[in-house]
Design a binder for this molecule. Structure first.
Ligand code: BES
Ligand code: MN
Ligand code: ZN
Length: 508
């Protein structure tokens, strides 16, 4: 809520500008056996687990005086599918390292991902010549390598040298390039999300977040920023109550991509709590620094919109994010306060740390009110309980529409992002009864993720197919995943993009 001039000056530290983390330049060429001997940096060659060598591998074998043959004839080689074996300082090559990628011509998606990720993890400033030959899922191998070669350096003062260039040789360079183009566009969206999730809260304030989203208008997105006075006029009392204690103004950013006809859009709604102290229901000190990632839902929506715009999706998609900071303060909301949502429902705020649902309920209502979407998906780092339930390998999906939910889970599975459906139900909704208001913002400890979803369900109109994705366990992780180092993962950008392609774009 706007509280006029502040009684004391509270400066907001704004570190240097943070450009988007760039990934390695990728170029495509036809197979050229004579280029192998003199290639610098690293040379990677695909070898089938059955031990048969294609033309590039035969040339590498000849240059290295039989090293590849010895490898494929060694014990256990056939079991190495999906792995990458490194030969350092190989005789007969100028390159410093030879990477042997063990993959069948039609390798499974899982093996391709693990091989690509291994290649990406070791990618550094050295150039890489990737001899792809006739590998069918070569574009996906490149995608995985590029996604894994990510490093967040916005706040390192040591000069960061750009990643080495990747040259991909294959038997049909044009086809490989065309198939890789969309995947690389989406990867840019993933990097954007990771950068946002990794940014500390004094860098990514509500204002700098809105600025970074506004810059996406250069990609053909229509971006609007709604300020507090406008949000007040719209009646977003739940959202505004969360930001009352912060010196950073609450904002809603609307990003529209109109790549389709005049059909109703898909709406993506994201929780953008740039820092969650818990408010007056203060969180314990230990681990509180992790709450810089509490804008992960908004970050994912932003990355998905970037991906959709970059690959010029033939669909209408609108992304809406509620940007707010949850701080304890003399002006902050108190436990027990009753706030009024844009829908009109009154909410008793028993716990100011259950703030994400207060953000989402107003932005979701606004999204439906204004855009009458054909479907609505909200994403939020909503509950610690979903981490207890599903750990860090699956996001929790809640839905009132089987068709949309199945399509979403299939899309996530296809791209290797874990998603698992959770139940909803009236009995859970009962836990949210309030003595003084229409609904309570918390429902006690049992089934904490489900009662959170049931709270959101109140703000979904009957005619809106809806999914809620609780990404608290997957948005940022302490241990590296297949595709990402520790920190922000960008989970969901690729799944949402795939869903748009499969369900909201014309085929062919
Ligand atoms: N942002 C947190 C949820 C969270 C926890 C995200 C851990 C990522 C990692 C959310 O706002 C929150 O505090 N939820 C409370 C809800 C409770 C008060 C009903 C929680 O999960 O404890
Ligand atoms: Mn909270
Ligand atoms: Zn939160």
């Amino acid at each position: 809520m706007s509280h006029g001039p502040l009684p004391i000056a509270r400066p907001i530290v704004q570190p240097k500008e943070s450009p988007l983390t760039q990934f390695a330049a990728v170029t495509f060429a036809e197979t050229d056996l004579d280029s192998i001997a003199d290639a610098t940096g690293r040379v990677a060659v695909v070898v089938s687990p059955d031990g048969k060598l294609g033309p590039s591998a035969r040339r590498v074998n000849k240059l290295t005086r039989g090293a590849l043959k010895r490898l494929v004839e060694s014990e256990g080689f056939a079991k190495a599918e999906g792995s990458v074996i490194t030969l350092n300082w190989p005789a007969g090559l100028v390159a410093e390292a030879l990477e042997i990628i063990v993959l069948a011509r039609r390798a499974t998606a899982e093996d391709v991902r693990s091989a690509g990720a291994a290649l990406g993890k070791s990618h550094d400033t050295r150039d890489l010549l990737l001899l792809g030959g006739n590998l069918v899922p070569l574009p996906e191998l490149i995608e995985a390598a590029v996604l894994r070669a990510y490093d967040y350096t916005d706040h390192k003062t040591e000069e960061t040298k750009p990643l080495g260039a990747i040259t991909v040789q294959s038997n049909d360079a044009e086809a490989t390039k065309a198939a890789a183009a969309d995947l690389l566009a989406v990867a840019q969206g993933v990097f954007f999300t990771r950068d946002l999730v990794n940014a500390p809260a004094n860098d990514l304030t509500t204002s700098s977040f809105a600025d970074r989203l506004s810059e996406m208008s250069a990609l053909g997105l229509k971006v609007e920023v709604l300020e507090e006075d406008e949000l007040q006029r719209l009646g977003m009392g739940a959202l505004l109550s969360v930001g009352q204690g912060s010196a950073s103004p609450t904002k809603v950013v609307v990003m529209q991509w109109n790549g389709g006809g005049d059909e109703a859009p898909l709406a993506l709604v994201g929780k953008g709590v740039v820092f969650d102290t818990g408010g007056i229901s203060l969180k314990p000190a230990g681990g509180m620094e992790d709450m810089t990632m509490d804008m992960g839902g908004a970050g994912t929506v932003a990355g998905a919109m970037r991906a959709i715009a970059l690959r010029k999706a033939r669909a209408n998609v609108v992304g809406l994010v509620g940007l707010v900071e949850n701080m304890p303060d003399g002006l902050a909301m108190r436990p027990g306060d009753v706030v009024t949502s844009m829908k009109g429902d009154t909410i008793e705020v028993t716990n100011t740390d259950a703030e994400g649902r207060l953000v989402l309920c107003d932005v979701m209502w606004y999204a439906q009110d204004r855009f009458k979407p054909a479907g609505m998906i909200d994403l939020a780092t909503l509950t610690g309980a979903i981490i207890i339930g599903l750990g860090h390998h699956n996001a929790g999906v809640f839905s009132t529409d089987d068709a949309l939910c199945n399509a979403l889970i299939n899309a996530a599975t296809d791209v290797g992002e874990g998603a698992w459906r959770m139940p909803l139900g009236k009995a859970y909704a009962k836990q949210l009864k309030s003595r003084v208001a229409d609904v309570n913002n918390v429902g006690g400890r049992p089934a904490g993720s489900i009662t959170a979803a049931e709270f959101l369900r109140r703000f979904v109109k009957d005619e809106t197919p809806w999914c809620h994705i609780d990404i608290a366990g997957v948005a940022s992780v302490k241990a590296e995943t297949t595709f990402a180092p520790s920190g922000g993962t960008g989970w969901g950008v690729r799944a949402l993009d795939r869903l748009v392609r499969e369900r909201f774009e014309p085929k062919g």
